[in-house]
Design a protein around this ligand. Structure first.
Ligand code: EPZ
Length: 418
């Protein structure tokens, strides 16, 4: 597995363009299944997760043409309704494809996605919601088999504003008989992007971005082109990496309000942040101030930013407190940071970080996508050389990360691991 080698201590400066959103691309690629024609999507990042989704679409029978930042999905002749088990285990968010298959074909077969690096990741909310839509769910040899004659619009109140469950209900309800109303729906920008794309295709979805979403069933969708939103978590990650090195830089092709809580916390740390329509400029102080963060569903502080932000705080001037409210196992990167000299203590959902003067480079192991990004952040500001191993986790969700960081003045390169 490849590694990153990072020479720490370089102040990041300059300009960088943020890629399209991984977490908007996945459900929007799934939405293409609903159109028995051709859907053209732009600004889709070339990362492992979009490639896996592409492979599953081809397995189902779609014709997929991949350009540089464009993907064309022709979904006329889908002849399979089963998500391959190995790909399901490689990426649990493929459960989104089930909602799209059910929406169009009223059937889907998939295996339990299983837990992952950051928690149990159950799909009980997805399955309960499918049942409310009139879908019969049985288990056959470890597979979940979903089938129905027609999908009936229903009122669904989510126990938790699950992003994936909200997306799956929308996808399954586009052609339903009648109206589906979701309350306590997730409000993430990626949900709005999915709804905007589906409405452009001819669906009737109202309220995306609020906690009440209404989907009125329609008869058909049409061929369209759609440009996916910028990746707000990549933007936040780059900002923290720049801030960790005391840098000054501009991010282009971003939507500042998608990460307002992150920008506000960076200001609390002493960073100067200037927002414009689709750019964010940041200038960090030599020494960051400590802050407390707690992760919440949107519009709160995003859980996906927790690890990178915490890593940046390891050299702040004082003690910070982090509370992770969304996933039960999202601190696995902290022991690796300790090996670089960070002072961090975990108590259940809380991590207490006491700032140290400097971290020291060493070899550390990526534990998951955003945990790996936290280790890169630490390597960028540590003294000496850091080797980050198992970076295929990081390559899942960040397009051309080392190129972007190199263009900002970092010394980072890939080496083939054993
Ligand atoms: C999406 O995951 C994102 N992934 C995650 O990003 C993100 O962290 C998460 O939303 C929260 O914002 C994609 O969009 C592909 P959830 P998802 O359903 O949909 C529990 C990244 O790093 N839950 O909102 O899986 C669940 O266990 C990834 O890019 C149930 O209990 O998140 C978790 O504790 C990581 N039952 C919480 O809800 C269910 O049926 C939030 O999960 C579903 C979820």
């Amino acid at each position: 597995m490849p590694n990153y080698i990072i020479e720490g201590g370089k102040r990041l400066e300059g300009e960088v363009v943020v890629s399209g959103s991984k977490n908007a691309s996945l459900p929007i690629m799934a939405a293409a299944i609903l159109n028995a024609g051709t859907t053209k999507l732009y600004n889709i990042p070339k990362i492992r997760d979009t490639r896996i989704t592409q492979d599953i679409l081809k397995f189902l029978g779609c014709k997929v043409k991949r350009g540089n930042d464009k993907i064309e999905i022709q979904a006329k002749n889908i002849h399979r309704k089963e998500i391959p088990e190995d790909l399901m285990h490689q990426m649990r968010s493929t459960v989104i494809l089930a909602g799209a298959l059910l929406g169009r074909f009223k059937e889907a077969k998939f295996s339990y996605p299983g837990g992952c690096d950051i928690g149990a990741r159950p799909i009980d909310l997805h399955l309960e919601s499918f049942k409310k839509l009139g879908i019969n769910i049985t288990e056959e040899g470890g597979f979940i088999v979903c089938k129905c004659d027609k999908i009936m619009g229903a009122k669904i109140d989510l126990d938790f504003p699950s992003v994936g469950a909200t997306e799956n209900i929308i996808l399954a309800s586009v052609y339903a008989e009648g109206v589906t109303k979701i309350t306590n729906a997730a409000m993430e920008p990626e949900i709005v992007d999915l709804a905007d794309c589906l409405n452009k295709m001819g669906a009737k979805i109202e309220g995306a971005g609020t906690n009440v979403i209404q989907i009125t069933g329609v008869k058909r969708l049409k061929d369209i082109s759609y440009t996916v939103m910028p990746d707000r978590i990549e933007a936040g990650t780059l900002l923290c990496m720049i801030a960790a090195t005391g840098g000054k830089a501009k991010l282009k092709q971003v939507v500042p309000e998608h990460i307002s809580p992150v920008l506000n916390k960076l200001r609390e740390c002493g960073c100067k942040i200037v927002e414009s329509k689709n750019e964010i400029e940041i200038e960090a102080p030599k020494k960051l101030k400590p802050v407390d963060i707690k992760t919440m569903p949107y519009p709160g502080f995003p859980t996906d930013m927790q690890s990178v932000f915490a890593s940046m705080l390891t050299t702040a001037k004082g003690t910070s407190m982090i509370i992770e409210n969304i996933f039960e196992n999202r601190y696995r990167y902290i022991p690796e940071l300790r090996r670089m000299g960070a002072k961090a203590v975990i108590e259940g959902k809380t991590a207490v970080i006491t700032g140290v003067r400097k971290l020291s480079g060493t070899t550390v192991k990526s534990t998951d996508l955003r945990g790996g990004a936290a280790l890169v952040t630490a390597g960028l500001c540590a003294k000496g050389k850091t080797k980050v191993t198992d970076i295929e986790y990081i390559l899942r969700g960040y397009e051309k990360l080392e190129e972007k960081l190199t263009s900002l003045g970092a010394i980072i390169y890939k080496e083939e691991g054993e």
